[in-house]
Design a protein around this ligand. Structure first.
Ligand SMILES: Cc1cc2nc3c(=O)[nH]c(=O)nc-3n(C[C@H](O)[C@H](O)[C@H](O)COP(=O)(O)OP(=O)(O)OC[C@H]3O[C@@H](n4cnc5c(N)ncnc54)[C@H](O)[C@@H]3O)c2cc1C
Ligand SMILES: Cc1cc2nc3c(=O)[nH]c(=O)nc-3n(C[C@H](O)[C@H](O)[C@H](O)COP(=O)(O)O)c2cc1C
Ligand code: SF4
Length: 643
């Protein structure tokens, strides 16, 4: 079964038990002094235990000025070797090989992380971060080449099996390669040969420092996919030079910070394995093992890619966050127990980059919490009722069942999932329901009873008095009081998405938040002309995240239109009227869809207080938010609640 993925491979003397790789993923679990925390060690050990042949750590700085975030791991001093040694030992104990990823952010960082003005090939601020930076002198270039070499030697001394140079994603090594960010006029800029010099010298220095028998990997972006950047033809020409300079394998990613749609960490809107053709091209040019990466979740897809000669190994990135055990579950024939990553990016990269909070996973609340261990068990199987089988309720039921509660779930709808049902209907979002199916399967296996079509009411609570209740009753849509809003052509976005209302053209969607935008996306995909009317003067869904970028693009390309600063004044039989500035305007409408927000459904909290039952309110029933809050709060309540 999956004999290509699960066959060993040897890279310069390092034999991996299989070809599944966990690629580097920044967590924010490190300490400010560059050492690894206990939390990071537990997280990495859990991934290593999961069965991949090679674990590549997140970014680690050979020089403090290259830090991408304040608590990035460090390898800039011998004092850090013992901490690095703890990481390699933690991974080895679980039976995987481990690489340290060496990284310098160049201009893609902030002064606060770099400890001063960031440095780069040229003094051109990052197109995304806008942070000023300074051009590196020739002396500084030589210093950094030596710093990478020393850091690689430290990794070797600390017990790592290999190092990976981070030459991708628009960071320093990539910046030197790129005509977009490197506009030097000396030996390190200008011609292709000059732009490649820093990377090749760094590889040569690393090779000299670790000796011939130690594997050295390099990660590159096969194509920057930006105007004025380098392309795949360039990296094809570069690949054999990387090998000649000392690389034993090449990890072929794609894109830089300003690549439209953030293809380096591609969202649900991008096809599985979309980047494999670049791995294949580099593999043909380089003649060394190549690691393919990019939206590959399923081991069977990885196996096919290896069999087809696209790559020799496959990286599973976010899938390792969503379910650290997916490789061992595959090997054990337990695919049905795998919790799949849906490439939502909400809990991992967007949380890390845009919220400045540590990495986790929307659907796996244990990601990054492994160090806490199991929650305290309860005795005597107290009766716990969960009200609502939406994301918060399902997560709460799983965590409380684990502790020994006798759990029952009451759901007034005929199916589980709550708002995840309509949330999974817009284009590319169908996989969101995989988690609901997974959660229900896990609950059924653990003997939890799910009652559908049963609305919980105060009198039932009074009559049956469970020992504890988790109120996960979610939220319901609200509509503003607008003349004509109760007309026959007006309906709620969720009803359109669930197919209860037939789409009609032209459609007007009131509200351009996520629900409005995704409903517009759904309608546009069905050939319907859509106008979105939004009261705010700016887009509530900015274009920064990958999914938002693709949403805006699909709506625009489908001739959808977003009108900002539009206050709806009335709805008539075949039109919506709105005010924009001093003018009243009219837009024709055969269907008017409301997407104006939601209000919590928490009416049962009062009776729970009155009855003195131990309870917790979680998810949208507290206040309408997102899946991450619903699932994580539900999980935490399941860990904490007393019977
Ligand atoms: C179209 C759409 C798209 C969305 N897309 C995203 C997205 O991409 N990412 C994201 O993070 N969030 C998204 N959301 C928001 C997300 O779905 C919600 O935040 C999340 O579902 C909240 O989970 P919950 O379990 O708290 O509540 P809900 O999902 O509302 O579930 C509550 C459940 O409780 C049941 N219930 C209520 N009262 C009772 C009762 N008295 N007895 C029995 N059962 C009861 C309800 O029927 C429901 O099934 C989207 C929402 C919508 C509508
Ligand atoms: C939270 C997060 C942090 C990441 N940090 C790094 C990093 O430190 N170094 C790196 O080379 N790539 C980093 N990446 C990119 C991943 O290694 C990987 O290339 C990307 O997630 C695509 O693979 P996937 O589709 O299998 O997730 C990160 C990705 C995520 C989600
Ligand atoms: S948060 Fe979303 S993208 Fe990130 S690992 Fe979890 S499911 Fe995947």
């Amino acid at each position: 079964m999956l004999e290509h993925l699960f066959s060993p491979v040897t890279i310069n003397g390092m034999t991996l038990k299989n070809r599944a790789v966990m690629p580097p993923m920044g967590t924010g679990y490190g300490n400010a002094d560059g050492t690894a925390s206990e939390r990071l060690m537990h997280y990495l050990a859990a991934r290593a235990r999961g069965g991949a042949g090679l674990i590549i750590t997140e970014i680690c700085a050979p020089d403090p000025r290259g830090k991408g975030f304040p608590n990035e791991l460090g390898a800039w001093s011998d004092d850090l070797i013992p901490s690095l040694g703890k990481i390699s030992a933690a991974v080895h104990r679980e039976g995987a090989k481990v690489a340290l990823q060496l990284h310098h952010a160049g201009r893609e960082t902030f002064a606060a992380a770099a400890g001063g003005l960031p440095e780069a090939p040229s003094a051109i601020p990052s197109a995304i971060l806008g942070q000023p930076c300074e051009a590196m002198s020739l002396a500084r270039i030589a210093e950094l080449v030596a710093a990478f070499a020393r850091a690689a030697a430290r990794a070797k001394e600390a017990g790592f099996d290999t190092v990976e140079l981070h030459g991708a994603h628009g960071y320093l090594l990539n910046q030197f390669l790129s005509p977009f960010s490197n506009q030097r006029e000396d030996a390190y800029g200008g011609s292709e040969e000059n732009r490649s010099r820093f990377v090749l010298e760094t590889l040569q220095a690393v090779r000299a420092a670790v000796g011939p028998a130690f594997p050295v990997l390099i990660r590159i972006s096969g194509d920057e996919l930006i105007r004025g950047g380098y392309d795949l033809d360039f990296t094809r020409r570069l690949a054999p030079q990387l090998v000649a300079a000392g690389a034993d394998a090449i990890h072929v990613s794609v894109g830089v910070y300003s690549t439209p749609g953030n293809l380096s960490i591609a969202s649900m809107d991008t096809a599985t394995g979309f980047n494999l053709f670049r791995a294949r091209a580099i593999r043909e040019a380089a003649g060394v093992p190549v690691i393919g990466v990019g939206r590959i979740q399923r081991p069977a897809d990885a196996d096919r890619a290896i069999a087809a000669g696209d790559a020799d190994l496959i990286s599973f990135g976010r899938q390792h966050l969503a379910d650290p055990d997916f490789i061992s579950k595959t090997l054990a024939g337990r695919e049905e127990d795998i919790r799949w990553c849906v490439a939502c990016n909400q809990g991992c990269i967007e949380r890390l980059s845009f919220e400045m909070r540590s990495t986790t996973c929307t659907f796996n609340p244990e990601c990054g919490q492994e160090y806490r261990g199991a929650a305290a068990a309860v005795t005597g199987a107290p009766r716990l009722w969960v009200i609502g089988a939406g994301p918060a309720g399902l997560a709460a039921a799983l965590a409380s069942r684990e502790r020994g509660f006798a759990v029952e779930i009451f759901e007034k709808a005929t199916v589980p999932g709550g708002q995840l049902q309509p949330a999974s209907r817009p284009p590319h979002k169908q996989p969101f329901m995989d988690w609901v199916h997974w959660a229900v399967r896990q609950l059924e296996k653990r003997g939890v009873r799910l009652h559908y079509n049963e609305e919980m009411r105060a009198e039932i609570l009074r009559r049956d008095r469970p020992d504890a209740v988790i109120l996960a009753s979610g939220a319901s849509p609200v509509v503003a009081k607008i003349p004509g809003i109760d007309g026959p052509k007006v309906c709620d976005a969720r009803d359109v998405l669930m197919g209860k209302i037939a789409p009609a053209a032209p459609a007007v969607v009131l509200g351009a938040g996520y629900v409005g935008m995704e409903t517009a996306d759904y309608l546009v995909a069905r050939g319907i002309d859509v106008v979105l009317l939004e009261m705010q003067p700016a887009h509530p869904v900015g274009k920064l995240t990958a999914h938002a970028y693709w949403l805006h693009r699909r709506i625009r390309e489908g001739r959808g239109r977003i009108v900002l600063g539009a206050t709806v004044t009335r709805v008539e039989k075949d039109a919506v009227f709105y005010r924009q500035g001093d003018e009243e305007r009219r837009v024709p409408a055969a269907l008017v869809v409301t997407a104006m927000g939601a209000r919590p459904d928490n009416a049962l909290e009062g009776p729970l207080v009155q009855l003195g039952i131990s309870y917790r309110v979680v998810g949208d029933a507290v206040t309408p938010r997102r899946l991450l809050e619903a699932i994580h709060e539900g999980h935490q309540a399941g860990r904490d609640i007393q019977g």
